[in-house]
Design a protein around this ligand. Sequence first.
Ligand code: AHR
Ligand code: AHR
Length: 481
Amino acid sequence: AGPCDIYASGNTPCVAAHSTTRSLYNAYSGPLYQVKRTSDGSTTDIQALSAGGVANAAAQDSFCGNTTCLISIIYDQSGRKNHLTQAPPGGAASGPQPGGYDDLAGATGAPVTLNGQKAYGVFVSPGTGYRNDGTNGIATGDQPEGMYAVLDGTHYNGACCFDYGNAETNNLDTGNGHMESIYYGTCTIWGTGAGNGPWLMADLENGLFSGSNPGQNTADPNLTNRFQTAIVKGEPHQWALRGANSASGSLSTYYSGARPSASGYDPMSKEGAIILGIGGDNSNSAQGTFYEGVMTSGYPSDATENSVQANIVAAKYAVSSLTSGPAVTVGSSISFRATTPGYDTRYLSHNGSAVNTQVVSSSSSTALKKAASWTVRTGLGNSGCVSFESNDTPGSYIRHNNFVLYVQAGDGSKQFNEDATFCPQAGLTQGNSIRSWNYPTRFFRHFANNGYIASDGGPHDFDNANSFNNDVSWVIGKSFA
Ligand code: AHR
Ligand code: AHR
C-alpha cells in the first residue's frame, strides 16, 4: 500500500498527493511530474517505473541531456487535479519570472535514492514557488484536514516561508486563520521551538506556530534529520504537530491541543488553495526541499499517521551523489578554461573581489597565473559538493551574491558557505558545468568576460540563452600556479 491507501483505510482520504519521487497509491501509474527543458521549451511527463513505484529518473536524465530542465508541474495523484504549477505574484512579493511569477525548481537539485533507485526531489531556492488557487476537495473554513511532507531537514533558512499546505486562494494575506500549512526552517519572526532550529511549525497566517503559545514552545524540537517527516493537522478547537526521521523510527507528537491563544485562529477560516515553497501571500525568500506530501479530508488518527511513517521508512530514502562528469578532486589545484569559440584561451580568474576571465598562458606573469588558480575544498555549505579557494588569497573563496561571482574571505556564515558551494556536473557541451548548490538552475558562466551564476534564459542580461551551453562548459585542468 502507499501512503494514500493508508489514509483511505483510516477514512481520511488524500485529496491532494504530490511527489516527484514515487507513487503515493499502490495502483497509481499516472504522471508524477512534468519537466520542461530550456533548449527548446518542450515538456515531458515523468512517471513511476511501475504502478506504486519509484519515479523514472532515467527518463528525466535522457530528456534533459545536454541542457537544463525545470520542474513545471507536480501532478496530483488523488484524481482531483490539484496539480501544483508556477506560483503567481502575491501581496508580499512578486517572483523573478515574467508576470511576477516565481521561479520553477531546477530538476536536478535534489537527487536521492529510494530503495536504491534514483529519484529527484523539488529543490526550492529563494524565489521559487508552486501554487494551486482553484482546488477540489481541500478543507475550507474550520473543516478538518491533515497533511504530511517528507523534507530535506538540512536545507532551510530563516526567511518566510518554506510551506506546504492550505493557503489563500487570492495570493493575499487575508487574515489570521486563513492558512493551515507545514512550515520548516529557522524563521524567528513569530513562534519558535527549542534551540536555534530548524523547527517544524504550522503556518496559520500572520504567524508560525509551535504550540498554543504564539511565542516559543520548547517542546517543539530542534531538528537535525537529513530526511524529515513533517505533519500538521487541524480540526475544530484542536491541532497537532508531529514529526520523525523519515529514514527510521516512529513519529513523535511535538504538540497536540488547543488552537493558538491569539484571535482569529479558532474557528479557522481556511481557504483551500495549496502552496509549496512560499507563504500565503507569496512571501518567497525561503528555501527547502520537498520530496513527497499529501493533504487529506478529515483529521487523521495518530495510528493512521504512524502507518504512513512506517511506509515512508520502508521507501528507504537515502542520499545520492550531487555531482557528475570529470572528477573535481578535493585538495587538487585547478584552472577553469572557457570553451566558447573565440574565448577558449581565457581562464576563470579574479582582480581583487571581481571574478572574470582573462587570457592566461605559460608566459603570463606569476601574479596572473596565481589569480587564475584555485584549490578545490570540501563544499563549505554541503560536503557532497565543493568550494574553490583562491590560490593567491588563501581563506578567500568564489561565492555568488545577487548571482554575481566574487572572491571573498570566508566568514563562516551559513549564507557565505552556501553561496560558496558548487556541484560540478558533466559539462553541457564538454568538460564540467559548475552548478550552484543553492540555486541549482544556475551555473558558472562568463558573460562579457565577467563571472556569474546564470540560468538558461531568465531575468538578467547574463541569463541570455544565446551561447549559454558553451559559456557554462569549462575544461578543468591543472592550475598555473
Ligand atoms: O504566517 C506567516 C506568513 O505571514 C504567511 O505565510 C504570509 O502570508 C504572511 O506574510
Ligand atoms: O547570489 C544570489 C543570492 O544573493 C545569494 O544567495 C545571497 O547571498 C544574495 O542575496
